[in-house]
Design a protein around this ligand. Structure first.
Ligand code: HEC
Length: 270
């Protein structure tokens, strides 16, 4: 509570006395009675305290309270700039390498429901621990199968997909509980672009099934198809070429045995 200075109390007392015609005989120094406690008794005798020119308590409070120091204004003025910096920092950092393997890892989420997050299988065949590499020693054949799906193979009259000399027996379409592998390529009725197909196939071969990109066996394939510097991948992603224009007779949509020209596919034809 704000103390009212004594000289103000005295002055108001004098004014009040003048107004009511009394003399200021009572000039005992005004005891600093808090106005509120003295008011009820005196209010009836001297009902004109409104004439006193005194700031109400809230004005006094406003005038005496501490203000925001001037130097703090600079910090306040910089708040919007800081907010901008904050927003910029919130944006995810740009990926250093957005090559087939990182795109493929993201695309694989649409396969994981059937093949398992780690490729252990489920509604779809086992892919991990080299299994998918046994089926498809050549990446072209795997691209073709994933692009078109089992039913196109059946419709084309093919008894086998992948390597007919597969260790442990060749894979026949619809031989896994009779379930089909759904077609994935856009032009075959699926949802994936060719760059995504290549990426997810690279992910399954190198990340899930464990082909070693540095090994003598896999390095040529990796460099050609799956490395971030792969010209084929870059061209597919940029939309400047398609599977069929990359390799003569690739015939991605044709599902013809031997179309890719690998030994495995050629032998299916016989
Ligand atoms: C609806 C379930 C389902 C989904 C989704 C699915 N697959 Fe399959 N996949 C299968 C089935 C079933 C087979 C076995 C096909 C057969 O026997 O004809 C299979 C087989 C395969 C094979 C052959 C494996 C081998 O060694 O024989 C590959 C490769 C494959 N899928 C890749 C993929 C990729 C890549 C995706 C995601 C883009 C995917 N699959 C999404 C069910 C699925």
């Amino acid at each position: 509570m704000t103390e009212i200075p004594e000289h103000l109390l005295n002055r108001s007392k004098a004014r009040r006395a003048e107004a009511s015609g009394e003399s200021t005989s009572d000039n005992t120094p005004a005891v600093a009675t808090p106005a509120a406690s003295a008011a009820p008794a005196k209010a009836k005798e001297a009902p004109a305290p409104k004439a006193v020119a005194q700031d109400p308590a809230y004005v006094v409070a406003a005038k005496t309270r501490k203000k925001i120091p001037f130097w703090a204004m600079t910090s306040l003025a910089l708040l919007p700039a800081w907010a901008m910096l904050y927003l910029v920092a919130l944006k995810p950092a740009e990926k250093v390498v957005a090559g087939p393997l990182s795109i493929g890892a993201a695309t694989y989420s649409s396969c994981a429901g059937c093949h398992g997050a780690d490729g252990a299988g489920g509604a779809g065949r086992v892919l991990y621990q080299g299994e998918v590499l046994k089926t498809f020693p050549h990446i072209e054949d795997m691209l073709n199968f994933v692009y078109n799906g089992s039913q196109k193979y059946v419709a084309a009259g093919l008894k086998v997909y992948g390597d007919p000399k597969r260790e442990g027996g060749a894979q026949a379409p619809l031989s896994y509980n009779g379930n089909p592998m759904p077609m994935q390529g856009e032009k075959a009725g699926g949802a994936l672009t060719e760059a995504q197909i290549l990426s997810v196939v690279c992910h399954e071969r190198y990340t899930i099934s464990g082909a070693d990109p540095a090994s003598q066996e896999w390095k040529p394939e990796f460099d050609t198809w799956c490395s971030p510097d792969s010209e084929i991948f870059k061209a597919l992603e940029a939309g400047t070429s398609t599977f069929d224009s990359i390799e003569k007779d690739f015939a991605m949509l044709a599902v013809k045995p031997g179309a890719v020209g690998t030994e495995a596919r050629a032998s299916i034809a016989k």
